[in-house]
Design a protein. Sequence first.
Length: 145
Amino acid sequence: MDSTFVNQIMSKDVITVSKSTSLQEAAQSMKKSNVGCVIVTDNNKPLGIVSERDFVTKVAAEGRPLFTEISEVMSSPLITIDHEETVWEASEKMKENLIHKLPVIENDNIIGIVTTSDIVKISSVGSDSQMRRVCDQILLRMKDE
């Protein structure tokens, strides 16, 4: 079975916002672009990420005002993966770090993002026998842990 690389399944729709952007402005950008997260930057350098879940757990649940700067609720440091890594390596990184969104980098620039939904989609493509082999590999690795 050939390896699938993150640059083959990533979404190129990545929204970045300055660290001083308000929570409301970030939420509006996410809604307009129909994305589930934004990358927080300082002088175009990625610092962190804010996801829909962060809006629930760190904004709404804590009653933060919508004018709060997004840098106050971002997850940092930003965990990324190189564009030439495999989907399997992305899955492992997501599992180890308990994350669902993984920015993809090339030459220190963010060029896309891979989500757990992207991985589920690629896992369900192909014949039943290919899917069975993937499941068997996953089960064998889980037994080793």
